[in-house]
Structures are given as C-alpha cells and as structure tokens.
Design a protein around this ligand. Structure first.
Ligand SMILES: Cc1cc2nc3c(=O)[nH]c(=O)nc-3n(C[C@H](O)[C@H](O)[C@H](O)COP(=O)(O)OP(=O)(O)OC[C@H]3O[C@@H](n4cnc5c(N)ncnc54)[C@H](O)[C@@H]3O)c2cc1C
Length: 435
C-alpha cells in the first residue's frame, strides 16, 4: 500500500533504502528530496541537527544566488601577503598547517588564475544557485518556518568607486551569468542605510538574492520535517561502507551497520575520509570562518550587507546582529583563534558608528562561533557518484555557498540516489575531476 502524506508518498519495503549521512543544510535537503522521489530514507547524524557543531548553524545566512565567483581571483596571490600582514585582515594561515595545506592552496590560486577559469566556475555555480532563494522559500514553507527566508535582496558596500573597480572582474563575470544589480549613490546609500558609516559611498544592491534569518533553526526545522515526512532518524557516525562488487550493501557506523541500497555523503567538512572509503579521495579542506552576535544591538543594517574593506557580512538574525566572515586556513582540529572573532567585532562596531553612542556603548560582550567551510580548491562542490559504487553519492564541498546551494544540491543528489537523470549537468561537480 502507498500512503500519501504532506505531498510525500510512502510505499512498502520494496522502496529503495537510502542512508543520508549528515544532517546539515545539504543532508536535510537531500533527505527531503529523496523522500519526495519515493525513496525510503534514514538520516544518520551524531549530533542535534542545526546545532553549533555544524557549519550550517552559524553562517551569514546569505542566499546569494549571485555568489558565483570563487574567492581567489586573478592576481589574488599579489594581495595575499598584505592580507596576512594586516592584523585586521580577512585571511589567516596557521603556519604549522601550511605544509599540509600548500597543495590545496596552490590549486585554489590556480583555479582563479584567469578570467576564463573564473567564468567557467561561475557558469557552473550559477546552475546550482540561480533559483536558491525561491527553492529555500519553498522548503521553509514545507517545514513550517516560512518566516525564516526573506527575499528582499542583498547589498555590497564600497568605500569608493576605485574599490568597486578593484572588484570589477567579479561583477563582469556575474553579469555574464545573468546577475543584475542596482547602483546606490552615496546619498541613496545614506537614505537606505542610515546607520552605516559614511565611509561607504557606493552600494551595489542585488535584488534577486535572499537571506535566512536563522540558519541553525532552519536546518533544525528541515530535519524535523524529514522525520515527520517518514524518514528514520539514527544517531550515529558513519565510518565506511560495505559493498559487494559495485553494489552498496550497508553503511558502517560507530554502532554497527545499516543495511541499505544507496547512500549520500553529506558530512560537510568531515566528508573526506568517507569519500576516500568510497573510492573517491578528493582534496577537501576547510576554510574556517567565525561569527559574532550582539544580541541586544539597537543599530545595524536594513539590508544584509557585505562590506568590501573587512569582507564580512552583517545582518539581523533572530538572535541579534550577526557579523560573519574571515578565512582561516588551519585544518579541522585546531583550536579556535578567537582573535579572528574579535576582528569581526571591531569591524562591526566601525561599520555602525552609532554603537559608540548607544546604551550598549562599545558593545564589549558578544557571542562568538567558529565554523568549518567544506571547501574544494576550485570553488565547486563534489556532486556525483563515487568511484567504487554508483550507489554512493557524494554531496559536499560547497565552501562559501553551502547554505545557498543546498536546496538544488538536495534535488540533484536525490535524483542520483533514485537512479534518474539529474536535472542540470553534473560534469563540473564530478568528484573525479581532480585526478
Ligand atoms: C563564517 C561563515 C559564513 C558563511 N556564510 C554563508 C552564507 O552566507 N551563505 C551560504 O550559502 N554559505 C555560507 N557559509 C558556508 C556554509 O555554512 C557551508 O557551506 C554549509 O553550511 C555546509 O553545509 P553542509 O550540510 O555541507 O555541512 P554541515 O552544516 O557542517 O553539516 C554536516 C553534518 O554532517 C555531520 N557529520 C559529520 N561527520 C559525520 C559522519 N561521519 N556521520 C554522520 N554525520 C556526520 C555533522 O555532525 C553535521 O551535522 C558560511 C560559512 C562560514 C564558516
């Protein structure tokens, strides 16, 4: 018998059983879409979905369908020494980790070496991100939290036209993939963002983009929705796979094995060993980032804003005013360096000078968080079957755009799990591209 509930259909034991490994934004979206495709789903996750352990918890919440340009652009290598030398800079390297990170860093710089390469990355990323705000609005509505997704555009603030021209390549590339934006003059910026410091004199407003008001709560709601829609939730950590020939028989966990027909690796920055166990070693590393939240701030932006000088994003979340950013190359296990969060805090105060005159004064206390972006050196995630078995699907490595890209990725991963044709080409995301 097949039972229909909440738009999902449930068959009997004959359904293909898939284990989704990891309940971050990507895993939850994959599980929802796999259920929608009529698959039997087990969601395997050792922690509370959407909790602070996960990168999906503390990000900036940008559903930036225009974030198609990789962080390293032509000539980036020239800027790196300056960024590293600047104690308030957006980039830091843990020197002890450098020898391990070097091959990844070189690939990272090489992938943005020419405008043609950047364009290729942008063309591919756009297929993943273009309609992300609409897809997330739909997922949030299904999960009963429509208020968490806002679609009112995003703002980039520059101190001068020259600073904007410095980013011209990125905007040129965005324009070629169909992104449109409005320019706000200094007066317009003042009118729309009265709290923003007057050093910002040019605004680039992207109307198509959106924002999530609380990524952790959003992922938690998606995970609840997965279970309500019929998936089994298993607390545990995947450790590998049992295959027979090219067929997957079970996912191995720290607490025995789960027999299944297919699996998706959605473990974010922790996906590397699982991908290797599935025959697809990939150069996944982490770009660590931080956030600070001032929970009782009274000044801030009207539109979620990224400032070009500090390369951080600020906006209101349900828990307060959040600033997120920084790239720290230091590996998965290094202790947090809370000085990076302090840098964000200082930038945030300087972006909104009224902090100095409000009751909160310099807002000395703030909450902070470290997150680990799962980053591939070419700025593109891995979405595709593993080398060992087409039953094992890789879906991780979204770097700076994993919240935004999770909705489309979930659909693509579910299509692979169901054995159907992916709705957009997956060649650019092929896990085997690094061979
Ligand atoms: C400071 C900062 C700002 C950011 N801002 C944005 C932004 O504005 N917009 C945007 O789109 N992206 C942003 N990102 C990036 C985004 O947060 C990530 O790309 C995204 O959250 C990755 O999601 P994920 O589901 O792959 O990983 P995660 O959210 O980390 O989820 C992975 C899950 O897998 C689980 N797991 C790990 N190992 C195992 C295992 N062996 N077995 C089972 N489960 C396992 C983990 O417990 C975790 O719950 C930002 C990141 C940072 C750090």
């Amino acid at each position: 018998m097949t039972v229909a509930r909440s738009g999902f259909s449930f068959g009997g034991d004959e359904r293909r059983h898939v284990v989704v490994i990891g309940a971050g934004a990507v895993g939850c979206a994959t599980a929802i879409e796999a259920l929608r495709a009529g698959l039997r789903v087990t969601l395997l996750e050792p922690e509370t979905p959407g909790g602070p352990h996960a990168t999906s918890y503390g990000n900036a919440g940008w559903l930036s369908s225009h974030s198609v340009v990789p962080p390293a652009l032509p000539g980036a290598w020239r800027k790196v020494p300056g960024w590293l030398a600047d104690p308030l800079g957006p980039l830091a390297v843990r020197w002890r980790y450098l020898p391990r990170a070097l091959p990844w860093l070189l690939r990272y710089l090489a992938s943005g070496w020419t405008e043609a390469r950047v364009q290729r990355t942008a063309d591919a990323l756009r297929t993943l991100l273009a309609d992300a705000p609409a897809l997330h609005a739909q997922l949030a509505a299904e999960a009963g939290v429509p208020q968490l997704i806002e679609r009112r555009g995003l703002l980039h603030a520059y101190r001068s036209r020259a600073e904007f021209e410095d980013d011209a390549l990125g905007w040129r590339v965005r324009g070629r993939v169909g992104v449109q934006w409005d320019e706000w003059s200094a007066d317009e910026l003042r009118r729309r963002e009265p709290d923003l410091d007057a050093r910002y004199t040019l605004g680039i407003f992207v109307p198509e983009a959106g924002h999530c008001r609380d990524p952790g709560a959003y992922v938690a709601a998606l995970a609840r929705h997965v279970v309500d829609a019929g998936a089994e939730r298993v607390f545990g950590r995947a450790t590998g796979f049992r295959t027979e020939g090219s067929r997957l028989r079970a996912v191995l966990t720290n607490d025995g094995e789960i027999a299944c027909d297919a699996a998706a690796i959605c473990a974010g920055a922790y996906s590397g060993p699982l991908a290797a166990a599935a025959g697809s070693p990939v150069p996944l590393d982490t770009e660590r980032g931080y956030h600070v939240v001032i929970d009782d701030a009274t000044v801030g932006p009207r539109t979620p804003v990224m400032v070009a000088d500090g390369k951080l994003i600020a906006h209101w979340m349900d828990g307060g005013l959040r600033a997120a950013g920084q790239v720290e190359i230091g590996g998965l296990d290094a202790e947090p360096d809370w000085r990076r969060a302090e840098i964000l805090h200082r930038h945030l105060l300087s972006m909104f000078p009224a902090f100095a005159t409000t009751e909160r004064g310099g807002a000395k206390t703030f909450n902070h968080w470290l997150g680990r972006r799962p980053s591939m050196p070419d700025g593109l995630p891995c979405i595709g079957p593993s080398a060992a078995s087409a039953d094992i699907v890789l879906a991780f490595g979204h770097g700076h755009v994993g919240l935004c890209g999770s909705a489309r990725t979930g659909r693509l991963a579910a299509q692979l799990l169901a054995g159907s044709e992916p709705e957009t080409p997956l060649a650019p995301f092929d896990p085997g591209r690094f061979k």
